[in-house]
Ligand binder design. Structure first.
Ligand SMILES: *Cc1c(COP(=O)(O)O)cnc(C)c1O
Length: 465
């Protein structure tokens, strides 16, 4: 299986190289040259599988001979072994045709674990066959960083740098990133917002000498392996709906467009998904794009759903490739426009393509708080602020389309945002022991400005010591 860059200037790579490099050398994102397609019969044959076997059967089709079947199975099995016993991704029935897919039963209590545990073990498998040591630099709006620390701590051939926006993630998220004692983990608070952190990572990749010197890699959702791992729970959840063959809808709290893009891939390869609903907080660039066709970058606003405080949704570039029917020159041109003018326009055809598969809606902080209260009062269930953005829009869409089951993704455990939840519901949300024990640990992290040259120096100095 070959992977090509959305921008068409980088050499196509196999699965292993595409995953290890993260971002393509032309600045684009890797996507499969050809997608596998599951027939209806094949889809039916996956219905009864447990999570590990389902993941194996879905992912195998995207991976070439670089990984043997037993190696792949083992990697997947180890990854989901860390999720504990029992059903770790339950789809709960909430109301008439309204469902909630809980994705927060992994080690760091957010859906990021599903992909990050897998990628941690996948990197270990790849690197065990060479003597290389990788430097992974990841930007985080909160949950990616903690999931990455958990997945890579103690791994022999990886140094992990986590860039998080200073003061803009929750206390629990910060503690998860900064309290690891492992010598291969380097948390850095950046004086800026998430988009600054993400830009710095992209700039590191833009410096070819530096990139080669430190063997730079990325595990942000621009990494194809993360998207791939996330497609699996769309299958699992869809199969839990009895009437799924007539189609289901998913509502997905969205920031970097990674999670929802995984749902789009699931649809593309044959899973009967009708609409994918892009749910945003006040940072609603994708909603404006759906409405007007103009992707227009504004400043990031800090909200109570910090993991979605993003204006440049990196994975949207993957969708653009499809919206423009694989025209890489056009994708290149649009990304250049965005870089130069902070905006680009979709043409009529591509906007129509966008609206065919996607619908959207956003909520401001007040509306998210009201949704958290509504959910608690009506269904006796506590949801996190990101999840609330999704369930709010899901209910609006259910009114338009009551016949189709609607599954909302619950992306993080509410206790990760206990500062918000406790005030809204006037209670103390129960904190799982995994989080509670962090409160007593010492934090360690550096603080840097958003100057990328300084960051390079810190990483190079780390290599020397
Ligand atoms: C990362 C995250 C999101 C957004 O996911 P994307 O893949 O960036 O769109 C939503 N909710 C939570 C809790 C997250 O951690």
């Amino acid at each position: 299986m070959l992977y090509i860059s959305t921008r068409g200037q980088a050499t196509p790579l196999g699965f292993k190289e595409a995953v290890l490099s993260g971002l393509a050398s032309d600045g684009g994102l890797y996507i499969p040259k050809n997608y596998p397609l599951f027939s209806e019969e094949e889809i039916r044959s996956l219905e009864g599988l447990d999570y590990v076997n389902l993941a194996f059967n879905v992912m195998r089709k995207f991976i070439g001979p670089e990984i043997s079947d037993p190696e792949l199975f083992q990697t997947i099995n180890t990854s989901y072994g860390s999720f504990g016993k029992g059903n770790f991704c339950p789809t709960l029935s909430i109301d008439n045709n309204e469902y909630l897919l809980e994705l927060y039963h992994g080690p760091t209590l957010a859906f990021k674990d599903f992909a990050m545990q897998f990628i941690g073990n996948l990197f270990e498998l790849f690197l065990s066959k060479e003597s290389k040591r990788l430097t992974i630099v990841t930007a985080t709006s909160g949950d990616t960083g903690s999931a990455a620390v958990e997945a890579f701590k103690g791994k022999q051939q990886v140094d992990l740098y986590v860039l998080f926006p200073e003061g803009r993630i929750s206390d629990m998220q910060r503690l998860q990133i900064t309290t690891s004692k492992d010598s291969n983990i380097f948390p850095i608070a950046i004086r800026g917002d998430f988009d600054d952190c993400q830009r710095m990572v992209k700039e590191l990749f833009g410096d070819e000498v530096f990139r080669n010197e430190v063997h730079l890699s990325a595990v942000n959702s621009i990494n194809w392996a993360r998207i791939l791992a996330q497609t699996v729970y769309y299958f699992k959840s869809t199969f839990s709906i009895v009437s799924y063959r007539d189609g289901v809808n998913f509502s997905v709290p969205t920031g970097n467009f990674g999670d929802i893009y995984a749902g789009y891939v699931a649809k593309k390869i044959g899973l009967p998904i009708n609409k994918l609903i892009i749910a945003s907080n006040q940072n609603d660039i994708l909603q404006r794009t759906l409405k007007t066709g103009v992707y227009d970058k504004k400043n990031v606003t800090a909200t109570i759903a910090p993991s979605m405080d993003i204006q440049v949704s990196s994975n949207f570039e993957r969708l653009l490739f499809d919206l423009f029917e694989g025209d890489q020159i056009e994708v290149c041109r649009l990304m250049n426009e965005l870089f130069k003018n902070n905006l680009f326009k979709l043409n009529d055809k591509s906007l129509k393509n966008f609206r065919k598969n996607f619908y959207g809606g956003s909520g401001n902080d007040q509306e998210l708080r009201e949704e958290i209260s509504f959910f608690y009062k009506n269904f006796n269930k506590i949801i996190c602020p990101h999840t609330a953005a999704g369930t709010r829009v899901a209910r609006q869409y259910l009114k338009k389309s009551p016949e189709t089951p609607m599954i909302s993704l619950a992306t993080a455990h509410p206790s990760k945002f206990n500062d918000v939840i406790d005030k809204v519901l006037d209670l103390q949300v129960e904190i799982p022991s995994r989080l509670k024990r962090l409160l007593d640990l010492e934090e360690n992290f550096d603080v840097l400005t958003d100057d990328v040259e300084q960051l390079k120096q810190v990483i190079l100095d780390g290599k020397l010591s």
